[in-house]
Design a protein around this ligand. Structure first.
Ligand code: NAD
Length: 247
């Protein structure tokens, strides 16, 4: 399918862009005409046309170096998608301090660090946008995911606060809240349960639509929020959740 080329001339950076939802986002923005860099712990084999840059969003020096490489190779940055995220399975009784720090460091502080590194470059763009990856876990108490849910609640608050801080400079900040998306992230989580097949069927059934969300559906939502077409939209969360939150 030919998509509208609303990203012609724009450069997009996607953290955690080498796998799962992030890779789908990177590919979609590329399809729509952007020059795209995927920043990830392990960039592996990326499709042609996506610049892979090794980067750890928990390490400020690593992010600074990655951003400098993107600017040198692609000529600036217009769009930042803060997608990198991890989870930990357990209740408050199960998780260690180390588990908490790891999840919050990637999912929350990672967004702040990456944004701080990219913002000076966004100021040079007429179409600057940041999209943060939230989750239905921000508003729904997903079981056994206490640190993850708390981190995504923080992503929601962070998105609203960043949108407020930068609206005067024409930099829009929004987030997308997917329901359960069928990726490697979910497969690794399912594998930790005694009966992964039963757990998958339960996950499908939780959506009002009866199935998990696809990475492409999340990528399309991100592509809308990051594009010049959503110029009046800032400080919002777009649910892509099969109706789980409100139906
Ligand atoms: P994934 O594990 O398949 O991919 C995540 C990517 O982030 C990986 O390539 C990984 O290497 C990278 N990453 C992890 N830590 C990093 C770090 N410190 N620095 C740089 N990169 C790092 O996960 P996914 O399912 O594609 O999830 C992507 C995002 O979507 C996450 O923020 C996740 O919380 C969110 N999300 C996922 C689902 C789902 O059902 N899969 C639902 C809602 C929200």
């Amino acid at each position: 399918m030919t998509r509208p080329a609303e990203y012609d001339g724009l450069v997009a950076v996607v953290t955690g862009g080498a796998a799962g939802i992030g890779l789908a986002i990177a590919e979609e923005l590329g399809e729509r005409g952007a020059r795209v860099a995927a920043l990830d712990l392990d960039v592996g084999e990326l499709p042609d046309g996506i610049l892979g840059v090794t980067c750890d969003v928990t390490d400020r020096a690593s992010i600074d170096a990655a951003v400098a490489q993107v600017v040198a190779e692609l000529g600036g940055i217009d769009v930042l998608v803060n997608n990198a995220g991890i989870s930990a399975v357990g209740t408050v009784e199960d998780l260690s301090d180390e588990d908490w720090h790891r999840v919050l460091d990637v999912n929350v502080v990672g967004i702040a660090r990456s944004s701080a590194a990219v913002l000076p470059h966004l100021r040079g763009s007429e179409h600057a946008a940041i999209v943060n990856m939230c989750s239905i876990g921000a508003l729904n108490g997903l079981p056994q995911r206490v640190a993850y849910n708390a981190s995504k609640g923080a992503v929601l608050a962070l998105t609203y606060a960043m949108a407020t801080d930068y609206v005067g400079e024409g930099i829009r900040v929004n987030c997308v809240s997917p329901g359960t998306v069928h990726t490697g992230f979910v497969d690794r989580m399912l594998a930790k349960f005694p009966d992964p097949v039963k757990e998958k069927a339960a996950l499908d059934a939780r959506q009002a639509t009866g199935r998990m969300v696809t990475p492409q559906e999340v990528a399309d939502a991100v592509a809308y929020l990051a594009s010049p077409r959503s110029g009046s939209t800032t400080g919002t969360a777009l649910d892509v959740d099969g109706g789980i939150t409100h139906l």
